[in-house]
Ligand binder design. Structure first.
Ligand SMILES: *[C@@H]1O[C@H](CO)[C@@H](O)[C@H](O)[C@H]1NC(C)=O
Ligand SMILES: *[C@@H]1O[C@H](CO)[C@@H](O)[C@H](O)[C@H]1NC(C)=O
Ligand SMILES: *[C@@H]1O[C@H](CO)[C@@H](O)[C@H](O)[C@H]1NC(C)=O
Ligand SMILES: *[C@@H]1O[C@H](CO)[C@@H](O)[C@H](O)[C@H]1NC(C)=O
Length: 506
């Protein structure tokens, strides 16, 4: 046997060629690659903790592609070897970067996090996380809201919150409650809840027929009060789609929180129940979230279909118009209704209802359309995080982050009546580089501003600022229901009763 053949045989057995050729991981420098992010600190107190990997080549340049499925692995255990229930996931963003995230289902002290490429440690791995890591249901408030915000890295303020609160000062909640209930309790049309946080306990009283959505407001308040002491505060939250307070400024509008704002109303926006739930329940009850979408962005740009893709229900007339346009111009638009509820069905006009398409498959297409439903379409965060350019219908409705988005930078604006959509699609096809840049900008924005920490931070800053605008702190809980924390079977060694628990264990 020639030496060459021998080498070939041995190296094939060792999988050398397979590994070098198939996944490109041999070009990765284990030591130059970078790992960073808040999930490497114990005091990043969030339901799911996360950090990032940038693979770097031997020559110091960044990798811009995936190194193949299963090549990067991460594991989380305890330094002591004590058992801990943690689910860990590596999300391949197919651009040389990865998100590693883990959800602790029980608490632990001193974690050991390993990140490996084909079994070899990357960057400074293994990481030793000193301190207590609590699981989400652990009821362990041991810091002020400000302390939590600073350890999580929240911005000091949000322009949107400041703007929203500007019309309100010295808020008299007795007056607000009287007026809100009188004006917005009309059964069937509105559903509102009055919340009070007193001594870090959550109380509520709801008005209206459809108050099931209070579970979303409950969930965020309970999650926050398990982590920190919120200031005593009370407020109304609107559980409906439409913002409510349309009184002009001179008639003294009342403050009310809503998941959607509009140019005609004075509602104070909070992140939508949808992205809030996804931030709390990722790796648990929810599968579409701001990270999972980053790992499911379809083919590379060059290989995406250059059409507008859209699926949704018939909650606004422009959605029907879009579908009619799509039937006329199937070469430019693939838009179908998945459900008809508001308008009468007419298959010769709107085609047949389409099968459900996984959100991840939207990114087979270069162009996505964000078109209002009853109000703002709450899919925008996920469209931004994906890998496609967004055509956004001009709208008076907005979510908490829209004011930071710029037209033609983060999205391509489309007239409200869609009259320029066809022409903008043509333009996009002729200006592929510019459009690709818009897609990238959107992605960068979402990665930077719509993480779970951002969503929780926004709530904390909104509630804490609102508390400062109150004339007086709430004290009365008569007529209110205590919203109980969920039961938690796992032990959590909270700092404030740690020694007690330890002694009992001994
Ligand atoms: C390489 O990646 C890091 C982290 O993603 C980034 O901050 C840096 O700007 C990149 N460098 C270049 C030259 O693109
Ligand atoms: C595009 O698809 C073709 C055929 O599947 C594939 O060979 C090619 O590598 C893809 N291009 C990119 C940039 O991914
Ligand atoms: C359905 O749409 C077709 C084509 O636009 C129209 O001619 C017809 O009158 C519509 N049918 C109903 C029941 O509205
Ligand atoms: C002590 O920890 C347990 C969970 O193990 C928790 O239910 C309880 O509320 C804590 N008590 C105090 C005073 O923090």
């Amino acid at each position: 046997m020639s030496p060459w053949l021998k080498f070939l045989l041995i190296s094939t057995t060792l999988g050398y060629f397979g590994y070098a050729v198939e996944d490109g991981s041999s070009s990765v420098s284990l030591t130059r690659s970078k790992i960073w992010g808040p999930g490497l600190q114990a005091d990043f107190l969030m339901p799911v903790r996360y950090f990032y990997i940038q693979l770097v080549k031997h020559d110091g340049s960044n990798l811009t592609d995936s190194v193949g499925q299963g090549t990067i692995r991460a594991s989380v255990s305890t330094v002591s070897g004590a058992r801990v229930r943690i689910w860990t996931q590596v999300l391949d963003r197919h651009d040389g970067t990865y998100v590693v995230r883990f959800r602790p289902f029980s608490s632990a002290t001193d974690l050991l996090i390993s990140v490996e490429l084909n079994g070899r440690h990357i960057a400074e791995s293994p990481y030793h996380i000193k301190g207590d890591v609590y699981h989400e249901t652990c009821n362990c408030p041991h810091q002020t809201a400000d302390q939590w915000a600073s350890s999580v890295g929240c911005p000091a303020s949000y322009l949107q919150i400041e703007r929203d609160l500007e019309p309100f000062s010295d808020i008299d909640m007795v007056h607000v409650a009287r007026e809100a209930v009188e004006r917005f309790k009309d059964e069937g049309r509105h559903s509102i809840c009055h919340y009070k946080v007193i001594n870090n306990k959550v109380y509520r009283k709801c008005y209206g027929e459809h108050i099931g959505f209070n579970m979303f407001a409950d969930a965020i308040l309970l999650s926050l009060t398990r982590k920190m002491f919120l200031s005593d505060v009370e407020f109304f939250i609107n559980l409906g789609d439409w913002p409510l307070e349309n009184k002009p400024l001179k008639d003294k509008p009342i403050p009310i929180f809503s998941w959607c704002g509009s140019k005609q109303t004075y509602d104070i926006v909070l992140p939508t129940y949808d992205i809030t739930e996804a931030s709390l329940e990722m790796m648990n009850r929810v599968s579409l979230d701001i990270f999972s979408v980053q790992a499911n962005t379809g083919p590379k740009w060059e290989n995406k279909t250059n059409k507008v893709f859209w699926r949704g229900r018939d909650s606004r007339k422009e959605r029907l118009q879009l579908v009619e346009m799509s039937l006329k111009h199937p070469d430019l638009i693939d838009a179908r209704l998945t459900n008809m509820f508001f308008f009468p069905k007419n298959s010769s006009k709107y085609g047949e209802l389409a099968e459900h398409v996984s959100f991840f498959d939207f990114f087979q297409y270069k162009y996505q359309l964000n078109i209002d439903g009853t109000v703002a379409a709450y899919r925008l965060p996920y469209l931004l995080a994906g890998d496609a350019a967004i055509f956004k219908q001009e709208s008076d409705y907005y979510e908490h982050f829209y004011s930071e988005l710029e037209p033609n930078v983060h999205y391509i604006p489309i007239r409200r009546d869609l009259s320029d959509l066809l022409e903008k699609i043509q333009w996009a096809r002729e200006h592929d580089d510019e459009v690709r840049k818009v897609a990238e900008n959107g992605q960068v924005f979402a990665r930077k501003n719509l993480t779970p920490a951002d969503i929780l931070c926004y709530h904390v800053r909104a509630f804490e600022s609102f508390a400062k605008h109150l004339k007086k702190k709430p004290t009365e809980t008569r007529g209110f229901e205590l919203v109980e924390q969920p039961s938690d079977k796992e032990t959590c060694l909270c700092p404030n009763n740690r020694s007690k628990t330890l002694h009992r264990d001994l």
